[in-house]
Design a protein. Structure first.
Length: 165
């Protein structure tokens, strides 16, 4: 449960940072909320599609192939976590500046509101896909689905509660 909670917390936090930066940079822009919400919805749908295909691939590789697939997912998840931490430390400020520039462009009228949909959608898709990959790796490691779901729900509920406050 703790592993799932940490994974979901980390990824939800990263997506929330992108969404928060975009919303702050476009404060006062009419209809920005609809485009950001649309981006979130598209990103979530995309992550669900990734989850569906992860399960399909795992089923297609039953037996020895599934063991190889599981080991590959665990290895990729480990490498992604390490690489992502190093990369974000070096490039996090640049990303924030770029998101602010997109937001200012939309606010100034030089960029389309659809840029908000694209930027937020891609961010949520990326973070949602990471959740799928990491939780699949945790599940392969022997953690029960109920435990992972409990950890994910606890984090999701607390994030929603803090957002509403």
């Amino acid at each position: 449960m703790i592993a799932a909670a940490i994974i979901v917390l980390r990824e939800v936090f990263e997506a929330a940072l992108v969404i928060g930066i975009v919303l702050a940079a476009t404060r006062g822009v009419a209809r920005r909320g609809r485009f950001v919400a649309g981006g979130v919805a598209l990103g979530v749908v995309g992550a669900i599609v990734v989850a569906a295909f992860a399960d399909t691939i795992a089923v297609a590789l039953e037996g020895m192939g599934q063991e190889l697939f599981n080991a590959t997912v665990l290895a990729v998840a480990t490498v992604l976590l390490g690489w992502h931490n190093v990369w974000m430390k070096r490039h996090g400020a640049d990303i924030a500046r770029e998101l602010n520039a997109v937001g200012r462009g939309v606010a100034a009228g030089t960029a389309s509101l659809s840029m908000l949909l694209v930027v937020v959608g891609l961010a949520v898709l990326r973070e949602g896909s990471e959740v799928v990959l990491f939780l699949y790796g945790v599940a392969v490691g022997g953690t029960g689905v109920a435990s992972m779901l409990a950890g994910s729900v606890v984090i999701g509920a607390s994030a929603e509660r803090s957002r509403a406050a």
